[in-house]
Design a protein around this ligand. Structure first.
Ligand SMILES: Cc1cc2nc3c(=O)[nH]c(=O)nc-3n(C[C@H](O)[C@H](O)[C@H](O)COP(=O)(O)OP(=O)(O)OC[C@H]3O[C@@H](n4cnc5c(N)ncnc54)[C@H](O)[C@@H]3O)c2cc1C
Ligand SMILES: *[C@@H]1O[C@H](CO)[C@@H](O)[C@H](O)[C@H]1NC(C)=O
Ligand SMILES: *[C@@H]1O[C@H](CO)[C@@H](O)[C@H](O)[C@H]1NC(C)=O
Length: 351
């Protein structure tokens, strides 16, 4: 084939398979990049109401660790974690680290009571996971047990624009608008990927999605280089590239997006008990986000009848407090689900 013929074939096929990813948080952008880079014969549009810096993902503390979801095979959760971690680690160790806002982060997760499961399912994937010594625990008199490890931290307000650029370079198109129903997409696209986070509640009518409110502060404390996280998930100190993120709150079903003074005081108080030097830190900003929570994230596909046509929809939402951690892993799953849908499509070019 001449290069001209190849180009024509490409153009023809690009016209023949058009996909849309809804949502430009860390889940939507990761999914859009995975699809655009791995299915070069598809034309992919990223459609979203909000973009960085206005998504939930932007304010996430961005540390890579996770709790277990109750009903998803542990093997699958392990794969989500490992695929994500390896992807982010490779970026952190490359020249792209500052542009992508991905860094290595070492520190401690400490527990007031010894947890029944002393080794989380991801302990073999992060680097250097070990139980803290009594000597190390001495500085945390309220805590009985701790784990030390090195993981990755994402500055999402840097990472999201970087992913968007990567998506554009892979040929992706970006469009800003709110989608009111999946129906309105069925004319223009052959497959739909739903990464709308909390928006799924309305968009897909999924009543099992609910907000878990989180408030965090960014403080200036460049002397802090190690993270400290209470295993209860409510109090944490995460040094980042430009500031230290301290938090937090986990308020289920709470939709308030404004900063709560009581929460600010509580965060400062709890965090300076773990790290007294924070009393000297200047507060740079305060932020509230709503974690798009669900008993389990929904990463699955279905065929929907939209305006008389059967259209494949791949869902990828409901990552709760762990969206940064598992975004890449679930994006690879979503890519595989898109591939399966394309195979089932009649008369489509095999991709
Ligand atoms: C305080 C706090 C700290 C956190 N810390 C961490 C952490 O340390 N590690 C971690 O892994 N996770 C953390 N999280 C969780 C993480 O932020 C979420 O899991 C993640 O952001 C979810 O990403 P998402 O892409 O699904 O959703 P979002 O970032 O909310 O993106 C959803 C996108 O969909 C778009 N959308 C929705 N509805 C529509 C519609 N109808 N039409 C068009 N577009 C639509 C939105 O505009 C947006 O672009 C934290 C969260 C909070 C609040
Ligand atoms: C983010 O929100 C602000 C305030 O609503 C708006 O002015 C800005 O254009 C938004 N940014 C993007 C990239 O959408
Ligand atoms: C996303 O999924 C939710 C839940 O099924 C649905 O209500 C919504 O319409 C879907 N959105 C898109 C864009 O597919």
């Amino acid at each position: 084939m001449t290069s001209c013929e190849t180009l024509l074939l490409r153009l023809f096929q690009m016209k023949s398979v058009r996909g849309v990813v809804v949502g430009a948080g860390v889940v939507g952008l990761s999914t859009a990049v995975c699809i655009a880079e791995n299915l070069p014969l598809c034309s992919v549009t990223l459609l979203s109401e909000k973009f960085s810096p206005n998504t939930t993902s932007d304010g996430a503390a961005g540390i890579v660790l996770a709790a277990e979801f109750p009903d998803i095979l542990l093997e699958r959760q392990r794969r989500w974690f490992k695929d994500s971690f390896d992807n982010l680690l490779a970026i952190a160790q490359s020249e792209h680290s500052p542009d992508a806002g991905i860094m290595l982060s070492s520190g401690w997760q400490i527990f007031k009571e010894v947890p029944t499961n002393r080794k989380p399912f991801w302990s073999d994937f992060v680097t250097g996971f070990r139980t803290m010594t009594d000597g190390e625990l001495k500085r945390f008199p309220d805590h009985k047990f701790g784990q030390a490890f090195t993981t990755v931290k994402c500055e999402c307000s840097t990472y999201l624009p970087w992913l968007k650029e990567r998506f554009r370079k892979a040929g992706g198109r970006v469009e800003q608008r709110k989608v009111n129903s999946l129906q309105e997409l069925s004319d223009s696209f052959d497959f739909i990927v739903n990464c709308s986070g909390l928006g799924s509640k309305q968009l897909v009518g999924d009543a099992s999605v609910y907000p878990v409110r989180g408030q965090v502060l960014k403080v200036d404390a460049p002397w802090l280089t190690h993270f400290i996280r209470d295993g209860d998930g409510k109090t944490y100190i995460y040094p980042g590239i430009h500031s230290v993120t301290i938090g937090g709150t986990r308020q289920e079903g709470d939709w308030r997006l404004h900063v709560d003074k009581g929460d600010t005081d509580g965060i400062l108080d709890r965090c300076s008990r773990l790290e007294p030097s924070l009393k000297k830190a200047k507060v740079l900003s305060e932020w509230v986000g709503l974690r798009p929570s669900r008993r389990n994230p929904r990463v699955e596909r279905e065929w929907l009848q939209l305006q008389g046509r059967m259209v494949p929809v791949v869902h990828n939402y409901g990552h709760g407090g762990w969206g940064v951690t598992i975004a890449w892993g679930t994006a690879l799953d979503a890519l595989e689900l898109v591939r399966q849908c394309l195979k089932e499509m009649p008369q489509q070019a095999k991709l």
